[in-house]
Every structure is written in C-alpha cells, then in structure tokens.
Design a protein around this ligand. Structure first.
Ligand code: ZN
Length: 324
C-alpha cells in the first residue's frame, strides 16, 4: 500500500480496565471504534490488542498503530518500563506488537497522547507551551514545549500529581505524603467531603444521608451534583478543590510558564462548578501576580477519546510520509 499522510491509522487506549481502539483519519475524526476489557496476563493482553486491530483493519485500510499506555514508556517509545495496572514490565511492546500485527506500532504515555490530540485537534490547538492536567482518581499530566511533547531524560516527566503540597499530608499510593493529587482529584473530593462531614463543618442534607445509608457510596460525581443541589458541605468541598487546583496550577506555571492549560479527566465533566474559582486562585497565587500574562485555563474538547486520537496521530506522523 502507498503510505500517505492522509491515510488512516488506529489509536488504542490501553487502560487498566478497558482496551478502546479507534480508526482515526488525518483530521482527528474517529470513524470506527471497538472496545473490550483489558486482560490481566501479558499474553492475553497482546492477543486482545491483535484482535482489536484485526477487527478494525478488516473494515478500513489502516497503515499504522499507536498505543496510548497508562504507564511509564521509555523515551524512545518502544518499551513499557512499568505500568501499575498492566502486566508489562520492561517489555519491548512496539516490536512485539508490530511483528504480531504486521503494521508499524508506536507507544506513548496516555496523558502525552491526550495532550497531543488536544494540541492537534482540540482545546490546545492555538497553544504553544501547553500543560495538560487529567484529573480522575489521581492526576495525569503532560507538557508540550514549543509544540513538542516533553518527556524528560528518561520518559517519566512530568509527574505533577505527586508534587508534595502538604508536608506530612494525606498518604499517597506512590509512597509519599501530601501529594497534590491527594487534594485535587476525584478521590480527594471524597476524602475532603468525609473530613468536612466528620468535623461537622456546615450543614449537609444530601451527602450526610448518602453516607448514612452507604458509607462507600460517595463519589466525586455525586459530590459535584450535591453541590449543585445546594448541599453546603458539597459546595465547600468543591470550593476546597478549586483552591487546590488554582494553587497547583500556579505552582506548575511558576516552573513552566505555559500559555495554555487544559483540564481533562473525569472531573472535567463538572468543570463549570470549579473552573472560574480555580482561575481566580491561580491568578492570585502565581508569582508576580498582576505583572505577567496568565495562561488560559480550558476544559478538554476531545474528552475520553483524546488518548486514542493522539496515539493514532502520533503513529501517522511517525511512520507515514507524504507522497507529495
Ligand atoms: Zn504521590
């Protein structure tokens, strides 16, 4: 097949719970998709990826595959060093999968893939130095400098979620304490609401009833909706989240001085409830406040599809050369 820049490629989001694969065109449009649960063994995972690619390749003339991986990818993007929810450890995934599938394969960290998609086709299209913060159970982050993905020296950058913001603060699964994501994530919303409820800081009808009926039922989404329904503890929890978000983004901007920040991840669906407040805190807490331009802070445009779209586009630009 003649390889052209406008050829179709496949992007696969290799997440801890599901494999989501899409055929993506050169404008970032998803034209077909398939999804299956993520298998637990390396062998079954590779079989699952093979199956997804073959299913889509049977319906479309695809030329390359990009894998967006929730884990550490080495800086030449051929191997997965370690992924907490996947069975790959120091595995040369690109080579293995390419031999198996018969198409060129490129790997990328999932946050980098998503940021790349937003830069090419979405919320960051007019950005130059872009920070993406994907807020879900934790914080995934990516950085584009002059329109290029910044990976650091060893492919690990930037772990913004684990910057310590509270000495001896809340325990983090990474082994440290007081990491930013412990105060600014879906998980953090629940922890903060539980703390406020326990210390009786304000009246609560909705959340207090939920916790009374089922202590495990609180979620970030529930807290956001309760805040909209007027629950005072939920509202204060969202305010606290907005403050931590603004503070963290100010810290990040003191290092990177971006012109654009994209907020993605599950929590972004409630961004109308915290983004304006977060912008205020950001503008107040950044070094040199009032004497420097501020980054624009926006919500994701591509949402959950961003990782797949970005991986597909990276695969296309890596392997397909223009026929002109
Ligand atoms: Zn941490």
């Amino acid at each position: 097949m003649k390889r052209q820049r406008d050829a179709l490629s496949i992007g696969i989001d290799v997440g801890g719970t599901s494999l989501r694969a899409s055929v993506v065109d050169s404008n970032g449009q998803v034209i077909d998709s398939t999804q299956s649960p993520t298998p637990h063994s390396a062998r079954a995972l590779e079989r699952g990826l093979d199956r997804a690619v073959k299913e889509l390749a049977a319906r479309h003339p695809v030329s390359a595959v990009g894998l967006a991986v929730a884990g550490f990818v080495n800086s030449d993007r051929t191997s997965v060093r370690f992924a907490p929810h996947l069975p790959w450890v120091n595995t040369p995934v690109a080579k293995q999968m390419s031999e198996r599938i018969g198409l060129p394969v490129v790997l990328e960290h999932d946050a980098n893939s998503a940021a790349w998609a937003e830069y090419r086709f979405g919320a960051a299209a007019d950005g130059r130095n872009v920070v993406m913060v994907a807020i879900g159970t934790g914080i995934g982050a990516a950085l584009l400098i002059d329109g290029r993905i910044y990976r650091g020296s060893y492919g690990v950058a930037p772990e913004l979620g684990h910057i310590q913001v509270v000495p001896d603060g809340r325990a983090c699964p990474c082994g440290k304490r007081g990491c930013w994501e412990r105060y600014c994530s879906g998980t953090a919303l629940v922890d903060t609401a539980v703390e406020f409820l326990a210390s009786d800081q304000g009246s609560s009808t909705i959340l207090a009833r939920d916790v009374f009926l089922d202590p495990g039922s609180l979620t970030g989404r529930r807290i956001a909706s309760a805040a909209q329904e007027g629950d005072e503890i939920a509202r204060r929890t969202m305010e606290d989240f907005a403050r931590w978000l603004g503070m963290g983004l100010a810290l990040v901007s003191d290092v990177y001085d971006p012109d654009l920040i994209v907020i993605a991840g599950g929590v972004a669906t409630s961004s109308s409830q915290f983004l304006d407040q977060a912008r205020e805190h950001y503008g107040r807490l950044i070094t040199g406040a009032g004497h420097r331009p501020l980054a624009q802070i926006r919500s994701t445009q591509l949402g959950e599809a961003a990782g797949m779209i970005g991986a597909a586009d990276l695969a296309r630009s890596e392997f397909l050369t223009s026929s002109r």
